[in-house]
Design a protein around this ligand. Structure first.
Ligand code: ADP
Ligand code: MG
Length: 363
């Protein structure tokens, strides 16, 4: 088997196996049926902390504690969890870590798209066997949800509202009856205690395939917010960039703080349509300007700095990435970006290098 360290992107339960084991070892609080950890330990895994034995648990999610507590408590009830928010607010990330901490596996995932069919949520057939033997148990190809029901695990449904409404409804029986009928076999799969579902959905997709009210009633919704302050967002970006840099084995770039703070400022101002001091209105571009995108701009910048630079993250290393993130629609976004450059960036003291670097890569 490939060593976890050689994987391009290990699953949460692989990447943080040591932390999960340390938590399980000190965790003496009651665990819901089939849970690997108590709800308290799951919250500690997500938000970070120092354990009684001195083990430091790294924060995965930076945000309000209460919100994580509500999410975890929901999973211990008979209601499923819906994580809602604009793109890049860590819905997928939180869902993966919750599943890893609660069930020890985050890989039972249905990826929702407009092409997702009922068999992705219920079950399909191995047609060779179906033709040879007729409908038998062995010919059933279970969905991740069916597997989770059998194995007392969390199943994840990504981008629930992208799935056509009639297909979404396949979840209603599963979530209300905790049972998945297989009429062809005259059988059903009943969920074992410990089964639950975490779904994610994008705020901006609202209206695409709205959740039916019958389905919505089966979920507790937790809305993941955008980072409240610039300092919080800098913290998130810095942490994630360091983790990604280690995973990608990029040579370390120690001096990056100043440029990270600037990238975050630019993202926050364009996202909110105001400069940080509140004095100047700026046009918001069509892209999401999410924290996730800021993370990838800085990570690409670090690769440039590490391989072609002098060990310091420079404006020229992030400029192209920022322009790429801002300008999604070449006509309207270029106008918004150029206005921002000339009215805001150019006027700032200490931003002259950054201004020049951006001008160079702006069409
Ligand atoms: N509040 C936060 N705390 C920790 N990481 C965050 C936060 N917000 C965004 N991220 C990071 O942003 C990246 C993308 O998040 P993702 O889960 O794909 O977003 P979504 O599914 O909401 O579109 C992840 O790498 C995640 O670590
Ligand atoms: Mg997502």
């Amino acid at each position: 088997m490939t060593d976890t360290a050689d994987l391009l992107r290990p699953h949460a339960e692989q990447a943080f196996a040591d932390e999960l084991a340390a938590l399980a070892a000190v965790d003496d609080r009651p665990r819901p049926p089939a849970w690997r950890l108590s709800p308290w330990a799951v919250v500690t895994y997500l938000l970070g902390g120092t354990l009684a034995d001195g083990t430091v648990v790294s924060p995965k999610y930076v945000g309000p504690r209460r919100l994580v507590e509500v999410a975890v408590a929901t999973l211990a009830t008979d209601r499923a969890l819906l994580l809602l928010g604009v793109p890049g607010t860590a819905k997928t990330w939180v869902s993966e870590h919750l599943a890893a901490a609660v069930s020890g596996r985050s890989t039972l995932v249905v990826q929702g798209t407009s092409g997702t069919g009922e068999d992705a949520i219920r079950y399909g057939w191995n047609y060779a066997r179906l033709l040879a033997e007729g409908p038998t148990q062995a010919a059933v190809v279970p969905s991740p949800v069916m597997t989770a029901m059998r194995e007392a695990s969390i199943a994840r449904v990504e981008e629930l509202t992208r799935i056509p409404s009639d297909v979404q409804d396949a979840l209603i029986t599963i979530l209300s009856e905790k049972s998945l009928p297989v009429p062809e076999l005259g059988a059903e799969v009943q969920a074992a205690k410990g089964f639950n579902v975490i779904a994610t959905a994008n705020d901006r997709d609202r209206g695409v395939n709205e959740l039916s009210s019958a389905l919505r009633r089966r979920f507790n919704t937790v809305v993941l917010p955008l980072p409240g302050t610039a300092a919080e967002e800098v913290d998130i970006v810095t942490r994630r960039v360091a983790q990604l840099g280690r995973a990608l084995e990029l040579p370390p770039v120690p001096a990056a703080a100043e440029e990270i703070a600037r990238v975050v400022t630019v993202f926050r101002e364009l996202r909110s349509g105001r400069t940080e001091d509140g004095r100047t209105a700026v046009k918001t571009p069509s892209g999401t300007m999410s924290t996730a995108e800021a993370i990838s701009v800085v990570t690409s910048g670090l690769a440039l700095a590490a391989h072609f630079g002098d060990g310091v993250l420079r404006p020229a290393d992030v400029a192209a990435g920022i322009v790429g993130a801002v300008v999604k629609d070449p006509s309207s976004d270029t106008v918004a970006w150029t206005e921002y450059l000339e009215a805001v960036v150019r006027e700032r003291r200490d931003w002259a290098d950054f201004y020049r670097a951006c001008r160079e890569v702006t069409a």
